[in-house]
Design a protein around this ligand. Structure first.
Ligand SMILES: [Zn+2]
Length: 322
């Protein structure tokens, strides 16, 4: 399952290779991969052919390409009033990949959808959706106004529109409009444990189990810490830790990122080397070891999954909320 930094790597690749091109042809190789498009493969094709890709935008793990209707005059394509606006929404699922390829490149074994793009940027390209396990898929969806009138998510355009199914989720920590102070106040207003809150997409999006454990380790907070007892410096530490661990994953994903090959799984090497808590059960806590202390990482069942923490620098809090 791709985590937010991997999706952001994909978004950047799409922004540089796909935005600004027109979709000239659509080949639905496997109709199961457009099952989320309610009107079927023919309608999917009809809505995409001729559309101009304006940008690549992401909020949390939601990724979409805002499209301009071919009938909207060029001067108005970025005008939110010049609707109707739609987007190509990508669900990556467990194994979905979006690849930018030269048309001559051989088809991938699990190729599901092929979009032929104009050669506006000097060379023809194809955008290919490849998915081995078919949990992912593509759909053309209407865009709705954002609740806060800000941009839909992280992208190059300021279009204040978002797919309806993503409109309820909070901005993610890599979004320039993510507001740490508002986040702190919303945490304080809740009566839950901090890890539950971090995984609640309505509060903050894009933080999965691995990044939650890493960020809590970075901020020296136990996962069952009551959110209503968080002090402002603790929330600041937590936001800093989330951004830090995601930023490091982005850099790692970026170094293995071939500009022509947008690969969702590119950051996997990062996980094996750089994680401080997740997957390290029974091993010494790196921070404690550096201070000459004996903290050990333990794995515990929490919310039906594994949680990793240090026994010494993330102790069980008073009034823990499990
Ligand atoms: Zn420790």
């Amino acid at each position: 399952m791709p985590e937010l930094p991997e999706v952001e790597v994909v978004r950047r690749g799409l922004a540089s290779w796909v935005a600004g091109r027109t979709i000239e042809a659509v080949d639905v190789v496997d109709a199961r991969s457009v099952r989320r498009h309610p009107l079927g493969p023919e309608d999917f094709r009809g809505q995409l052919e001729g559309a101009l890709v304006l940008d690549a935008v992401r909020r949390g793990k939601y990724l979409w390409l805002p499209l301009s209707d071919p009938d909207v005059p060029e001067a108005r394509v970025h005008d939110p009033g010049a609707g109707p606006h739609t987007a190509l929404l990508a669900h990556l699922g467990m194994s979905g990949q979006l690849l930018v390829e030269e048309p001559e490149a051989p088809d991938e074994k699990h190729l599901k959808v092929r979009l032929t793009l104009s050669d506006t940027l000097g060379m023809p390209r194809e955008l290919r959706f490849v998915d081995q396990r078919i949990f992912g898929g593509l759909a053309v969806v209407p865009l709705v106004p954002t609740h806060d009138s800000g941009p839909g998510g992280r992208g190059d355009s300021d279009l204040p529109l978002i797919p309806g199914e993503a409109a309820h989720i909070g901005r993610d920590p890599l979004d320039p409009l993510f507001d740490p102070e508002a986040f702190h106040l919303r945490l304080r207003a809740r009566r839950t444990g901090i890890k539950r809150a971090l995984l609640d997409q309505r509060l903050v999006s894009g933080i999965g189990n691995i990044y939650a454990d890493e960020a809590l380790w970075g901020a020296r907070l136990h996962y069952a810490r009551p959110t209503d007892t968080l002090r402002r410096p603790e929330t600041e530490r937590l936001v800093h830790a989330v951004r830090d661990v995601m930023g490091r994953a982005l850099v790692a994903g970026g170094t293995s990122f071939d500009s022509l090959y947008v690969n969702v799984n590119g950051a996997s090497g990062y996980f094996s080397r750089s994680l401080d808590a997740y997957g390290r059960a029974g091993r010494a806590c790196r921070r404690c070891a550096a201070a000459g202390e004996g903290g050990v990482i333990v794995r515990e069942r929490f919310m039906n999954r594994s949680s990793y923490r240090c026994t010494r620098c993330q102790p069980v809090p008073r009034n823990a909320r499990w």
